[in-house]
Design a protein around this ligand. Structure first.
Ligand SMILES: Cc1cc2nc3c(=O)[nH]c(=O)nc-3n(C[C@H](O)[C@H](O)[C@H](O)COP(=O)(O)OP(=O)(O)OC[C@H]3O[C@@H](n4cnc5c(N)ncnc54)[C@H](O)[C@@H]3O)c2cc1C
Length: 397
């Protein structure tokens, strides 16, 4: 007698939801994805995919797509805001592949999403489906959508981002908190900045109350930049008119000429306010669980938010394969994942302070520490990059 595979509904088709859908389908489950937007989209420009994430994606057969769309930065380079002095510099590629069996890559988000989506059957992605309610019936979960559709699945996974409706349904209403950080983001055609002679690498400039990161995406045709600044309040209406190149330049007044040239070379830039939540103590109730930003949004200052969502998908599939009872499998998944993502949430948050120190003794101590320890070097991040999310035994984060 053949056993019918579990049916799994994934809510949200972002990087986390689609990767989980792929992982679950490859594990033999019947998967359907429900996305509120009328089409698959990713806002923003670039994204770093560290080796812990690219290794998972490659294991799902996405190597060719990643190689086609992605860039392999040779180095990561931390610099001082005003004079450009090197604070740390470390090789990334090919070292990451040698150490961890997968490269560090930088990609345009839309390209990454398209690569992941290309491996999952489009007919199982239901666009224009905004989840509004759900109910655990004990032997399955029912979900309702704004368009009137209603579904039942054996397991429901909320991969619906920081404003997750699934999280609210499970744990109640709780507004995300403004972190005090606002980013100016832009993309610059590479041919406009050839005179800078930038190597194919990632640079991160730190200064008082701000930092700016840039790296190449889109097969090297575009340079992505994200410049973070600190502000007390966020009011969307007040800020919408501030997303101009002139505003971004004003925010980085006095910074190194390379930074100012990069910002000035963009046609447009847009503003992104960063929100946060406290770590949750649990993610699952019965046959419903959460994944990615829905349960562990983090400051992007370790470049690991999407990577953790990708790992979640691999871990979830492994747990549902290994444990027959769905609710038990979800508890196991959450127990495996919580220590690691909570650690990264805390480290990412602490980096805001570390990166934004005003010039003075603390900043000098940080710079000396960076020069000595090289904490961005891939061999110093073994605990992060070597991790196998599909291993079912808890390891020390
Ligand atoms: C500036 C910036 C830079 C970053 N850089 C990096 C980086 O370099 N590396 C890295 O790993 N991470 C990075 N991150 C973090 C990363 O972007 C996020 O952690 C990741 O995109 C989260 O993916 P997700 O799929 O969990 O959520 P989301 O991307 O938010 O996707 C959620 C999806 O659910 C849908 N949805 C929402 N509500 C509903 C509903 N009710 N019904 C149906 N669908 C719904 C949404 O439309 C969306 O498609 C960065 C973040 C920021 C802000």
């Amino acid at each position: 007698m053949t056993v019918k595979p579990l049916s799994i509904a994934v809510i949200g088709a972002g990087i986390g939801g689609l990767t989980a859908a792929l992982a679950l389908r490859r594990a033999g489950f019947e998967v359907a994805v429900y996305e509120q937007a009328p089409e698959l989209t990713e806002v923003g420009g670039g994204i770093n995919m560290a080796p812990n994430a690219t290794r998972v994606l490659r294991s799902f057969g996405l190597t060719a797509g990643l190689d086609r769309e992605g860039v392999r930065p040779a180095t990561t380079h931390q610099r001082r805001w005003q004079d450009g002095r090197t604070l740390q510099r470390a090789p990334l590629n090919p070292l990451c592949e040698e150490l961890y069996g997968a490269p560090h890559m930088t990609l345009h988000r839309a390209d990454l999403l398209a690569v992941i989506a290309s491996a999952f059957p489009a007919e199982h992605i239901h666009l224009g489906h905004r989840l509004v309610a759900l109910a655990d019936k004990g032997d399955g979960v029912e979900a309702w959508f704004e368009n009137g559709a209603r579904i039942t699945a054996d397991v429901l996974v909320g991969a619906d981002g920081i404003h997750s409706a699934v999280r609210t349904a499970l744990f109640g209403e709780e507004a995300p908190r403004f972190t005090g950080c606002v980013a100016y983001r832009g993309l610059v055609p590479a041919e406009r900045i050839t005179d800078l002679g930038l190597e194919i690498g990632s640079q991160s400039w730190v200064g008082p109350g701000a930092h700016l990161v840039h790296y190449f995406v889109s097969r090297g045709h575009l340079l992505n930049f994200v410049g973070w600044t600190e502000h007390d309040e966020w009011n969307r209406e007040d800020w919408t008119d501030r997303a101009t190149i002139a505003r971004a330049l004003a925010a980085f007044e006095g910074w190194h000429p390379q930074i100012r040239q990069i910002i000035a070379a963009a046609d447009t830039c847009f503003i992104w306010a960063l929100f946060d939540r406290e770590p949750l103590l649990r993610w699952s109730v019965g046959r419903t669980t959460l994944l990615g930003d829905a349960c562990h949004p983090m400051h992007p200052f370790m470049g690991q938010g999407a990577a953790m969502a990708i790992e979640d998908g691999a871990a979830l599939a492994a747990c549902l394969l290994a444990v027959a009872d769905p609710a038990e499998a979800l508890s196991r998944y959450e127990r495996l994942r919580l220590p690691r993502v909570t650690r990264l949430q805390q480290m990412s948050r602490a980096n805001k302070t570390r990166f934004h120190l005003p010039d003075g003794p603390e900043q000098e101590a940080r710079d000396a520490e960076w020069a000595r320890a090289g904490d961005r070097s891939p061999d110093a991040l073994r605990w992060l990059y070597e991790f196998d999310p599909a291993a079912l035994e808890p390891v020390s984060a």
